[in-house]
Design a protein around this ligand. Structure first.
Ligand code: GDP
Ligand code: PGA
Ligand code: MN
Ligand code: MN
Length: 607
C-alpha cells in the first residue's frame, strides 16, 4: 500500500519515530485536508486566532488585548462524566466509580467514529509538556486535534510547541516516552459544506487507556473534554502513573502563605470543580500582614523529596477558571490576570462595547449578547453567562504568582485541605488527628454537584479527595495508595490534613461564613496549629476551633453566624453514617481496613 499524501504530514519537525508513526496512523484514519505541526510561536498564534475569528468561533474583545469571546454549542458546556471511560484491561481496575469498556471493544467503536472524521478540516499536532520544561524527566504528550480553539487554549494552558518538542529526544539521542492524546470534534465537512462556529457531535466519548497511557476524546470541544493535558492526562492518566511510581496526582490548588514574620508555608487544597480552588489559590487576605502567592489552581503532582517532605508541582501553565462570581471583591487577582489580555472567554456574555460580563461581576450592562448569542437585558429570565462559563488565561500574568512557580523541584507542602460544598453538617474547619484520619476525611468527603459537570446541580454526592471524576483506577486502590503514602513517610514530615467548608448556610439560606479573602482567617489558624500555637476542641469528627480560637477581628458577620459555621452537630453527623456506609458498600472489598476502622471509631465517638 502506498502512503496517503496529506499536505503537511511529511514536514514533521522531529525525528522521534513513535511520534512520526502515530501521527501518520491518525492522519490515515481521520483523513484531514492538511496537517499542521504546531510550533507555539506568536506568528502561528496570530494566524490561528485570525482563522478562529474568520470561522465565527472567536469574537475579538475591544477592551482587552489579544482576547476573544467564544460561545459553545448549547449542548457542549461541561465535562460529560457519563461519557467518560477508563478502559483498563480488567474492569476491576477501573472500579465502581468509573465507566468501563474493554479496550479492544472501545477501540473498535471509536475507530469507526474516527474514520474520516477530520475530512475537510485541518489536523493540528500539538507537542506539550505538563510541568516545568526544566524537569529531568519531563512529562510529555502530543495532542492531535481538529479544532483550532483547542490549539489556542492549549497554548495558554500548557507549555507547548517547539520548546516542548525539543524535550522529546534527549541530548544522547534517546527517544522519550509521551502520552498520545487524540481529539476530534467529530464533525467532518463534505465538499462545499459550510462550517459552524462550534462543531461538535451528539455522540461523545472521553476515553482513557491507562495501561497504554493513551487518551482518545471524541465529539466535544468543551475544555475539560478537549484540552487533554488537563483532566485526562494530569489527573486520570497521571493518577495511574503516580500509583505505580509512589507519588500523588491530585485535584488540588497550590498556594504559598506568608506570615507577618515572613515565614513561608505551602498548602495544597482539594475541592470539587466549582467549589473554590481558583479563588483560594489567588486569595487576598483580609487580615493585616498576611500575604498569599499562587502556584496553581487546579492540579498538584506531589512527590517525596530527599528530605522526606512532600513536594508539589503544578503541571499546568494557565488558569481555566469559573467566570460567574469572579469580581474585584471576590477575586481581584483573577480580574487583574485577565485584564492583561491574551485570554479566551467561553460562554460568558459579550457587552455592546466589546467586553465580557458574567453574573456576579460589577458593572451589569443594560444590554449584552448572552452565551446563547441572544439579546440579553437585566430583565431577561435566563442568565447572561452559563454557570460553567470559563476564562482561560496565562498563569504568568497573575500579579501574585510565586517566583518559584516554574521550579521542577516543587514546593514542600505543610498542610493539605480537603473541602466541599455542604449547606449543613460539615464545620468551617476541622483538623485531622493524624494522616490516617485525614485520609478518612478525604475518602468520605461530600459535596453538592455543580454546573462544572453535566447533570443535576445541588445533589450531595461522595467525592473522595475531589477526585471522583478524575481517578484513573479503582477508588479502593486509590484510597489504599493514600494510606500507603502515609506509611512510607516520616510521620513528622507529612503535611497536616484539614477539612474545610466555606458553604454552610443559615436557615434563610445565607452563607454563614463570608468566604473569599476572609478564608485567610482559617488559613492563619491552620498555620498556628502547625506551629502548635492555636487552640482546638476535640469533637467526634476532629479538632475544631471555637470562634475565640480564630482571628475574627473586624469581621462583618455576627458572632452567632461564626459559631454556627463551626458547630459540630452530633445529630447531623449521625445522619452521615448511613451515607458513608452506603459509599463504602459501593466501593466494596477494596475499602482499606484502616478506613473501616476509622468509620467504626467515628460511630463510637458519635455514640
Ligand atoms: P474551582 O472550580 O474549584 O476552582 O472554584 P472557583 O474558585 O472557581 O469557585 C467556584 C464558584 O464558587 C465561584 O462562583 C466562586 O465565586 C464561588 N466561591 C469560591 N470561593 C468561595 C467562598 O469562599 N465562599 C463562597 N460563598 N463562594 C465561593
Ligand atoms: P475546576 O476545573 O475544578 O476549576 O472547576 C475544571 C473542572 O474540574 O471541570
Ligand atoms: Mn478542576
Ligand atoms: Mn478553578
Amino acid at each position: 500500500m502506498t502512503a496517503v499524501a496529506i499536505p503537511g504530514l511529511d514536514s514533521a519537525p522531529t525525528s522521534h519515530s513513535r511520534v512520526l508513526s502515530w501521527v501518520r496512523e491518525v492522519a490515515e484514519l481521520t483523513n484531514p485536508d492538511r496537517v499542521v505541526w504546531v510550533d507555539g510561536s506568536d506568528e502561528e498564534a496570530a494566524r490561528i486566532n485570525a482563522e478562529l475569528v474568520e470561522a465565527g468561533t472567536f469574537v475579538p474583545l475591544k477592551s482587552k488585548p489579544n482576547s476573544y469571546w467564544a460561545a459553545s454549542d448549547p449542548d457542549d458546556v461541561a465535562r460529560v462524566e457519563e461519557r467518560t471511560y477508563i478502559c483498563s484491561q480488567n474492569e476491576s481496575d477501573a472500579g465502581p466509580t468509573n465507566n468501563w469498556m474493554h479496550p479492544d471493544e472501545m477501540k473498535a467503536t471509536m475507530q469507526e467514529l474516527y474514520r474520516g472524521c477530520m475530512r475537510g478540516r485541518t489536523m493540528y499536532v500539538i507537542p506539550f509538556c505538563m510541568g516545568p520544561l526544566g524537569d529531568d524527566n519531563p512529562k510529555l504528550g502530543i495532542e492531535i486535534t481538529d479544532f483550532a480553539y483547542v490549539v489556542a487554549s492549549m497554548r495558554v494552558m500548557t507549555r507547548m510547541g517547539s520548546k516542548a518538542l525539543e524535550k522529546f529526544v534527549t541530548a544522547d539521542g534517546t527517544e522519550r516516552e509521551f502520552v498520545p492524546a487524540l481529539h476530534s470534534v467529530g464533525a467532518p465537512l463534505e465538499p462545499g459544506q459550510a462550517d459552524v462556529p462550534w462543531p461538535c457531535n451528539e455522540t461523545k466519548y472521553i476515553t482513557h487507556f491507562p495501561e497504554e497511557r493513551m487518551i482518545w476524546s471524541y465529539g466535544s470541544g468543551y475544555g475539560g473534554n478537549s484540552l487533554l493535558g488537563k483532566k485526562c492526562y494530569s489527573l486520570r492518566i497521571a493518577s495511574v502513573m503516580a500509583r505505580d511510581e509512589g507519588w500523588l496526582a491530585e485535584h488540588m490548588l497550590i498556594l504559598k502563605l506568608i506570615s507577618p514574620e515572613d515565614k513561608v508555608y505551602y498548602m495544597a487544597a482539594a475541592f470539587p470543580s466549582a467549589c473554590g480552588k481558583t479563588n483560594l489559590a489567588m486569595l487576598q487576605p483580609t487580615i493585616p500582614g498576611w500575604r498569599v502567592e499562587t502556584l496553581g489552581d487546579d492540579i498538584a503532582w506531589m512527590r517525596f523529596g530527599k528530605d522526606g517532605r512532600l513536594y508539589a508541582v503544578n503541571p499546568e501553565y494557565g488558569f481555566f477558571g469559573v467566570a460567574p462570581g469572579t469580581n474585584w471583591h471576590t477575586n481581584p487577582n483573577a480580574m487583574r490576570t485577565i485584564d492583561q489580555g491574551n485570554s479566551v472567554f467561553t460562554n460568558v456574555a459579550l457587552t455592546d462595547d466589546g467586553d465580557v460580563w458574567w453574573e456576579g461581576m460589577e458593572g451589569k450592562p443594560e444590554h449584552a449578547t448572552s452565551w446563547k448569542k441572544q439579546d440579553w437585558t437585566p430583565d431577561s429570565d435566563e442568565p447572561a453567562a452559563h454557570p460553567n462559563s470559563r476564562y482561560c488565561t496565562p498563569m504568568s500574568q497573575c500579579p501574585i504568582l510565586a517566583p518559584e512557580w516554574d521550579d521542577p523541584q516543587g514546593v514542600p507542602i505543610s498542610a493539605i485541605l480537603f473541602g466541599g460544598r455542604r449547606a449543613t453538617t460539615v464545620p468551617l474547619v476541622n483538623e485531622a488527628r493524624d494522616w490516617q484520619h485525614g485520609v478518612f476525611m478525604g475518602a468520605t468527603m461530600s459535596s453538592e454537584k455543580t454546573a462544572a459537570a453535566a447533570g443535576k446541580v445541588g445533589e450531595v454526592r461522595r467525592d473522595p479527595m475531589a477526585m471522583l471524576p478524575f481517578m484513573g483506577y479503582h477508588v479502593g486502590d486509590y484510597l489504599n495508595h493514600w494510606v500507603e503514602v502515609g506509611k512510607n513517610a516520616a510521620d513528622n514530615k507529612l503535611p497536616k490534613i484539614f477539612y474545610v467548608n466555606w458553604f454552610r448556610r443559615g436557615d434563610d439560606k445565607r452563607f454563614l461564613w463570608p468566604g473569599f479573602g476572609e478564608n485567610s482567617r482559617v488559613l492563619k489558624w491552620v498555620v498556628e496549629r502547625i506551629e502548635g500555637k492555636a487552640n482546638a476542641t476535640e469533637t467526634p469528627v476532629g479538632l475544631v476551633p471555637t470562634a475565640d480560637d480564630l482571628d475574627i477581628d473586624g469581621i462583618k458577620e455576627p458572632r452567632e453566624d461564626v459559631d454556627a459555621a463551626l458547630e459540630v452537630n452530633v445529630d447531623e453527623w449521625r445522619q452521615e453514617i448511613p451515607l458513608i456506609e452506603e459509599w463504602f458498600a459501593k466501593i466494596g472489598d477494596k475499602v482499606p481496613s484502616t478506613m473501616r476502622d476509622e468509620l467504626e471509631s467515628l460511630k463510637q465517638r458519635l455514640g
